[in-house]
Design a protein around this ligand. Structure first.
Ligand SMILES: *Cc1c(COP(=O)(O)O)cnc(C)c1O
Length: 361
């Protein structure tokens, strides 16, 4: 069997969830959209059930996968519905529903419901993507309340730059939120992973009505580019690994792989790893991107192919055919690979495919 695989450590997931709740001092919806950032939404939700206050997903389809598999906890649709007829299923499955646009509000007003639902009314506090503008928020809130369709309205917004430690926009968005929603809703939700980890000074701990929305931190990756004390307490959940399936001894001046991007500056031992961009490893990862071979630091050389990539074994004489190669995990932080490849760990995780996934409790 092809040795490329992703191992998912569910104990680490639970550790990270507990850390999120402890740091934020509030209830937390575990964000498991996009198949739990590539970690398997159902397996992750099952691992957190009985512990998590609820889950958040991007859309109805993702919520139904969890409901149909027996997940009973609250599930929030972060973008609400895309078409009005989804409201019937939202009601039937008891889902919580974000409302971020006036067309959604109008659809709620005209759709008959047997029972009122929990809505999360979104404010655009500065990200300028979705949500009601501050000037329109109170009217939207009043309309939703008057519609008779809302059992509860939670005020929510989303930070655009909380991953930039020290960025003044975070406090500005928070002030905008406080001004626009003040006095309206007893329950509110603002904090994603970077806000939760990096901005404790802006939030009072143990605010009764707060809901946290941790995503990437549950999977053990830091949202920050630099070292951050709380993020350093996270445990990586996914290990992406494979094996060396071929070894080449090259003299100096020989090319490796497509386009001869890498040319050996010295006699070089090249290890060929059974994992490539079709498995989700970034094709644009440059020479020098970190990997670990049998637990030792090594580096990528040459262009990543669809099914294989190549690493430098010259300084690892004991490594060879069959050696274990970690692409990311406990030995190689996903954030380090992401930084080298000019992307973020979020995208690396979401892209993982084809490899055998297994889950350990
Ligand atoms: C994805 C998402 C989150 C989680 O963000 P992380 O940065 O992964 O913690 C929280 N809130 C909303 C609205 C989201 O879309």
């Amino acid at each position: 069997m092809r040795p490329a695989r992703a191992l998912i450590d569910l104990a680490a997931l639970r550790h990270n969830y507990r850390l999120a709740r402890e740091l934020g001092g509030a209830r937390a919806l575990a964000v498991v959209k996009a198949d739990a950032y590539g970690h398997g939404a159902l397996r992750c939700a099952q691992a957190l059930e009985g512990e998590a206050d609820g889950f958040a997903v991007a859309c109805l389809e993702e919520a139904l996968e969890l409901r149909e598999a027996g997940i009973r906890a609250p599930i929030l649709l972060l973008e609400g519905f895309f078409e009005a007829d989804e409201l019937a299923l939202i009601e039937r499955h008891g889902l919580w529903c974000a409302v971020h646009a006036s067309w959604q509000l109008e659809a709620i007003e005209r759709t008959p419901l047997a029972q009122p639902l929990t809505f999360w009314l979104k404010l655009d506090s500065g990200m300028h993507r979705v949500g009601f503008a501050p000037a329109d928020y109170r009217v939207a809130h009043a309309r939703l309340a008057a519609s008779g369709k809302a059992a509860k309205i939670v005020a929510m917004s989303h930070f655009a730059r909380a991953d930039e430690l020290g960025c003044p926009r975070v406090a500005e968005q928070l002030a905008q939120f406080a001004a626009a929603t003040g006095g309206l809703a007893a329950e509110f939700s603002l904090r994603n992973s970077p806000a939760l980890l990096g901005w404790p000074q802006l939030f009072r701990r143990g605010q009764d009505g707060e809901w946290l929305r941790p995503g990437i931190m549950l999977y053990g990756a830091t949202p920050f580019e630099q070292h951050q004390e709380q993020a350093a307490r996270l445990r990586p959940v996914m290990t992406l690994e494979s094996k060396i399936i071929s070894v080449r001894e090259l003299s100096a001046g020989e090319p490796v792989g497509y386009g001869a991007r890498f040319v050996s500056p010295r006699p070089t031992r090249v290890g060929v790893v059974a994992l490539g961009y079709a498995d989700g490893y970034p094709r644009h990862a440059p020479d020098g991107t970190p990997v670990a071979v049998d637990g030792r630091p090594a580096r990528l050389i040459g262009r990543v192919s669809m099914d294989m990539l190549t690493v430098d074994l010259t300084d690892l004489p004991l490594a060879g055919l069959g050696s274990r190669v970690e692409l990311w995990g406990a030995e190689v932080p996903a954030g380090a690979v992401a930084a080298a490849a000019g992307t973020i760990a979020y995208q690396l995780f979401c892209n993982v495919r084809r490899v055998a996934r297994s889950w350990r409790d």
